[in-house]
Design a protein around this ligand. Sequence first.
Ligand SMILES: Nc1ncnc2c1ncn2[C@@H]1O[C@H](COP(=O)(O)OP(=O)(O)OP(=O)(O)O)[C@@H](O)[C@H]1O
Length: 243
Amino acid sequence: MTGRSAGLSARNVSYSYGSKRALDTVSFSIAPGEFAALLGPNGAGKSTLFSLLTRLFTTRDGVIEIAGHNLSKNPRAALARIGVVFQQSTLDLDLTVMRNLTYFAALHGLSGRGARARIDAALERLDMADRAQERARDLNGGHRRRTEIARCLIHSPSVLLLDEPTVGLDAAARRAITDHVHALSRDDGLTVLWATHLTDEIEDSDRLLILHRGRLLQNGNAGSLRGPTSLQDYFLAQTMEPA
Ligand SMILES: Nc1ncnc2c1ncn2[C@@H]1O[C@H](COP(=O)(O)OP(=O)(O)OP(=O)(O)O)[C@@H](O)[C@H]1O
């Protein structure tokens, strides 16, 4: 399978740092148009999984497929289909929003009018069009994040990976960003994997993946999994350490 039809999947993926097992036979599959929340406490293995999905690290244990491309056999094609927002901001603070995005477009071989049209569309999608000429340094944290999300759309990826993208933001900015990214999955058919440890960023219709100590404890519809319990209580019950 190729193209937008295949979403994101991991099959029996494991990873160790020396003798420390950080991921243990993790398997899941996220369909196009699906928003999957990867929920786990600190140290669960979320960043390790992101490092494998973006090929910062590689493993021989397990198979990762992105938009139908096997990541270890066909890394170029697979990586071309993902848009990534890392935990740490990677904007150049001295450049304007537009220059940051133009630079990124050029890295993907996009220039001229075609690039400009994609950049304008991406900024519009994140309600950032009127800030295109502002310096990144002058933006608040929420607008910087929205710039980064717009940037990761420019090359028309089919899978978005966001590693705790709301860290350090206030409640209003967090809400704006979670709403924007939910809309990207629902309305544009993007496959989204969103790592977080904050349950209020997750909607009942989302797929919920609970990762704890490197193992995937739950994988299913968030509303069905939590039932009558609040997601926060459900998550705590799943991951509580014995006293
Ligand atoms: N370079 C490393 N060497 C040894 N152990 C590591 C290394 N990086 C991470 N770990 C361990 O692997 C496990 C998973 O870490 P990871 O950073 O993937 O978790 P996380 O869910 O992203 O946590 P956080 O939310 O704190 O970023 C943890 O027990 C962590 O201590």
